[in-house]
Ligand binder design. Structure first.
Ligand code: HMG
Ligand code: MG
Length: 323
């Protein structure tokens, strides 16, 4: 990958759908993932192994995961499918499915099956109040909970992504989240063995100056841009501004959801992630590459918004289709 290549992590099927009140069928979710796999995107968050009583919409993850392992969507390139695991039990449930299908974490693929990688995401938060709401434990306890998950993932050769939520604002503690705290948690996750950490603006409260301050704090703490992803929710319409700041700083991995789907159950009023179509448009406008077909991504954003009966939140997606 060159320095002008931006890797987009498509989080729509997980972050985008987890907060939808109306139950979405497994078939629709699989169709969404299959269509995404054909856009050129290389990482797709496919679900969460969390208790159904915490996030009912993700209850079909086990079946979706089994389907993706046994019948991976046709695509021109290798795809990483990612699952959130909140505890060892979540990872064990994933491993059971992997071992049942006999598909390894890094599958080379064959003439009829594209290569796939299975990856997990663990999550911690930068504030105590959000940690309690999202994972029912303190920040320190959540880091303790994460240790054995990373250890088990490593023995199974599963790539690990970490998340640090509320890095630029907390629904309970306000916008002034301490960037040093974010850097400490990010460094701890990397030391524990995470392959990459996604720093998340859960509430969309981040501004350009505070994003810059956070990035400088992460850098001062020795965190390399290659180990870092940014995850912007677009609640205040600042996600692309903050993306530009991050691109200038050298970050090359960004999370987004098609059609700007989403919201967070524990962050009242938070809207979706930055729309993937908007992110692609911005990156391409800078002469940088994503490897993703904007037209096809725009068609998917329009289709899934219609299926969910919601407004398509991607401006670039709507404009692309109107051309
Ligand atoms: P808890 O209630 O303290 O856990 O939740 P527990 O161990 O007491 O278990 C509660 C029940 O769930 C028990 O069942 C367990 O057996 C069962 P019961 O006895 O009541 O019948 N259980 C499980 N079932 C299935 N799968 C499992 C599992 N574990 C326990 N893995 C827990 C603690 C961490 C589990 C909970 O707080 C949780 O799942 N939290 C995750 C919530 C979530 O998914 N949030 C959204 C994702 S994070 C996010 O969106 C942010 C992100 O996008 C970045 C950003 O924008 O900030 C990533
Ligand atoms: Mg999120």
């Amino acid at each position: 990958l060159t320095s002008d290549h931006v890797r987009i992590v498509e989080v729509g099927p997980r972050d985008g759908l987890q907060n939808e009140k109306k139950s979405i069928s497994k078939e629709t979710k699989i169709q969404l993932i299959e269509r995404l796999a054909n856009t050129g995107v290389t990482t797709i968050e496919a679900g969460s192994f969390v208790p159904a009583k915490w996030v009912p919409q993700m209850a079909s993850t086990a079946e979706i995961c089994e389907h993706l392992l046994t019948s991976p969507p046709l695509s021109q390139h290798a795809i990483t499918y990612n699952y959130l695991v909140p505890n060892v039990r979540g990872l064990e449930n994933l491993v059971k499915i992997m071992e049942g299908t006999g598909v390894p974490a890094e599958s080379a693929g064959s003439a009829s099956k594209p290569a796939t990688t299975t990856e997990v995401s663990l999550f911690a938060a930068a504030t105590e109040a959000f940690s309690k709401a999202n994972t029912n434990c303190t920040v320190a306890e959540s880091l303790e909970r994460i240790k054995p998950i990373v250890a088990l993932a490593k023995t199974k050769n599963i790539r690990v992504r970490g998340y640090v939520s509320v890095a630029l604002g907390c629904p309970y503690e306000g916008p002034e989240v301490n960037p040093s705290k974010v850097a400490d948690i990010t460094a701890t996750l990397l030391e524990m063995g995470a392959d990459e950490v996604s720093v998340a603006d859960t509430t969309g409260m981040g501004t350009a100056p505070r994003t810059m301050e956070l990035l400088q704090t992460l850098k001062a703490a020795g965190i390399a841009n290659t180990d870092l992803a940014l995850h912007f929710h677009d609640t205040y319409g600042q996600a692309l501004v903050n993306t530009i700041v991050s691109l200038e700083h050298g970050v090359r991995i960004f999370d987004s959801s098609v059609g700007g789907l989403g919201g967070c159950p524990y962050s009242k009023g938070a809207t979706g992630n930055v729309a993937t179509e908007d992110l692609i448009h911005t990156v391409h406008s800078l002469g940088m590459h994503t490897g993703i077909n904007l037209e096809e991504m725009s068609r998917i954003g329009s289709w899934i918004s219609e299926v969910l009966g919601r407004e398509n939140a991607s401006r670039a997606g709507k404009a692309t289709l109107a051309r």
